[in-house]
Design a protein around this ligand. Structure first.
Ligand SMILES: Nc1ncnc2c1ncn2[C@@H]1O[C@H](COP(=O)(O)OP(=O)(O)O)[C@@H](O)[C@H]1O
Ligand SMILES: [Mg+2]
Length: 400
């Protein structure tokens, strides 16, 4: 029997769980990433350096390797190309139209508000005058980016540089302004099979808040009470309005003063350890295996046993907290081994070496590591993770 191939778009470290899951199943993994030195370039069976927005280059690879499936695990940027290849080769995946609506926040907002779903008031930005006319409090953000890059609360009057910073992070250079919605934030992990969505978990977010909104931690299962069924229905309606009929999704929702509003949704599982670490612990869902099975079109093998729209019965609490030391150059790192040995600590990763630079915390890419924990409840896991990060000392000296 010939070996089947899985095409993985994006080979950053966050793709490792699906690469490993596919290889455990005996699939050959072909990876594409624009960076020839990408973290998983050596982990895949065959690696191609190509821009993931270059349809000609990516389709040429796909036509050559004839994969049984194509996917990205928890990265947003490759989603449109996953859809393009899936459509061209007749594979499972989001449609190009759903992929566009789920990566371009302006298209997303327009379609969701046309469907009558709750989203922040929004407008496209073509210069400082459009932000001034919009009024406040407001958030400026790139239409096509991720990880809170270029997302900023409008403060002060240097609107031109705020817009320029958002534009620089936007894959198509476009920028959006929207009403700032205060309130608790959650994300909803789900899988959709033939248009039927199952909620796997709701995650509570810890963020740095305005002005930069960096995600500092996630906890599962969510402690929100009273909103559960509403969040499930809102997630299902959101995915339906955007045309996602198959595959994993990650939907971010804020509980605003007038109820839940959709901040964004993505046609892939959540990053920041949500899918890779938290889902298996708190919901018993092996997300990487599920993502591979869904990409292969094996709908009968994916986890759909719970009733549509209901949250799975959770078993354990799970949490991740990110390491966010003071900016500067790292002089010393201590406490890591001791934290690793603590009961309930599942994973510790320090991604900056002594001598390396810690940047000011403006987006997810400025975080320098994480601690994942499990506990009897979400609160237990969260407390353990908070204590763990405060016991890891990354001493920095200010950059001169
Ligand atoms: N309209 C808004 N009101 C309040 N907070 C927002 C709003 N838009 C974004 N945020 C905050 O910024 C974070 C990042 O914005 P998001 O639209 O999710 O962009 P990204 O694709 O970079 O994650 C959100 O998780 C949320 O905390
Ligand atoms: Mg987001």
């Amino acid at each position: 029997m010939t070996t089947r191939t899985l095409l993985v778009l994006g080979c950053t470290a966050r793709q490792l769980p699906v690469i490993a899951a596919a290889q455990r199943r005996g699939l050959a993994v072909v990876g594409i990433d624009p960076d020839p030195a990408a973290a998983c370039a050596a982990a895949v069976d065959s690696f191609v350096a190509a821009d993931l927005a270059d349809a000609e280059a990516c389709l040429a690879v796909a036509q050559r390797v004839r994969p049984a499936g194509v996917l990205t695990f928890a990265a947003d940027y490759p989603v449109p190309m996953v859809a393009c290849i899936a459509e061209r080769l007749g594979l499972a995946g989001p449609s190009p139209s759903a992929a566009l609506a789920m990566t371009d926040k302006l298209v997303m907002r327009r379609r969701l508000s046309a469907a009558g779903l709750p989203v922040p008031r929004f407008a496209p930005v073509d210069g400082p005058a459009s932000v001034e006319a919009f009024g406040g409090p407001a958030v400026v953000k790139p239409t096509r980016s991720a990880g809170s890059r270029g997302v900023t609360l409008v403060e002060g009057d240097d609107l031109a540089s705020l817009i320029a910073a958002a534009r620089a992070e936007s894959a198509d250079g476009n920028v959006l302004v929207e009403e700032y919605v205060p309130g608790h934030e959650v994300s909803v992990e789900a899988i959709t099979v033939c248009g039927r969505t199952t909620i796997l978990a709701v995650t509570d977010k810890v963020t740095s808040g305005p002005p930069d909104f960096v995600e500092l931690g996630h906890t599962q299962p969510s402690g929100l009470t009273g909103h559960g069924p509403g969040l499930a229905v809102l997630t299902q309606d959101t995915l339906c309005a955007l045309g996602l009929r198959s595959g994993p999704s990650h939907t971010e929702i804020r509980i605003g003063p007038e109820g839940p509003v959709v901040i964004e949704t993505a046609a892939r599982f959540g990053g920041g350890c949500i899918a890779s670490h938290l889902l298996p612990i708190s919901a018993g869902v092996p997300a990487a295996e599920v993502a591979v099975a869904m990409a292969l079109g094996e709908t009968s093998r994916v986890e759909t046993r719970s009733k549509p729209g209901t949250e799975r019965r959770t078993t354990r609490g799970a949490a991740v907290r990110f390491l966010t030391p003071e900016p500067g150059f790292v002089r010393s790192i201590s406490g890591v081994d001791e934290v690793r040995s603590r009961p309930g600590v599942v994973d510790v990763s320090v991604d900056v070496p002594v001598g390396g630079e810690v940047l000011a915390m403006r987006s997810s890419r400025d975080r320098v590591g994480h601690v994942v924990t499990e506990g009897r409840t979400a609160d237990d896991a969260g407390r353990l993770a908070d204590r763990a990060v405060s016991s890891i000392h990354i001493e920095t000296v200010p950059a001169r």
